[in-house]
Design a protein around this ligand. Structure first.
Ligand code: 5GP
Length: 116
């Protein structure tokens, strides 16, 4: 499978539906299909790269520059958000399952709970 064939490339090309949170010419952000907590969002570069270990600095800059804005948009949509985990899994050994780089934004609502 090439990087362009991942499910996320199909989502970016709108061949597969997703719930859009944010989009511009470089980045697409959408709700994770499996919500760890309410508002769990994935931030994805449109330019496919496998993960943070392969991303060039231009792509990394584009993604990380937008993360605070997208995180605050989630908080505005869900005002009971108290905090957020921001993480990215790289390679199977670190639990990566889709090999198109993405950053998870996982809102937190209460201590030790699932946020629903
Ligand atoms: P990873 O395990 O690679 O860090 O995260 C991949 C994430 O992509 C998972 O949390 C999974 O739920 C999500 N995911 C996989 N397939 C789809 C899909 O078709 N649509 C959406 N919105 N999320 C997906």
């Amino acid at each position: 499978m090439t990087q362009e064939d991942t499910i996320f490339s199909k989502i970016i090309r709108k061949e597969i539906p997703s719930y859009k949170v944010y989009e511009d010419e470089l980045v697409y952000a959408f709700l994770d299909i499996s919500q760890v907590t309410k508002g769990h969002t994935l931030v994805v570069p449109k330019q496919a790269t496998t993960n943070i270990l392969t991303a060039d600095s231009e792509t990394a800059s584009a993604v990380f520059a937008r993360v605070p804005k997208i995180a605050r948009a989630i908080q505005e949509a869900f005002p009971d958000v108290k905090g957020m985990n921001v993480l990215s899994n790289a390679e199977e050994i670190a639990s990566q399952s889709v090999f198109h780089w993405h950053v998870h934004l996982i809102p937190r609502y209460h201590k030790n709970n699932d946020g629903f």
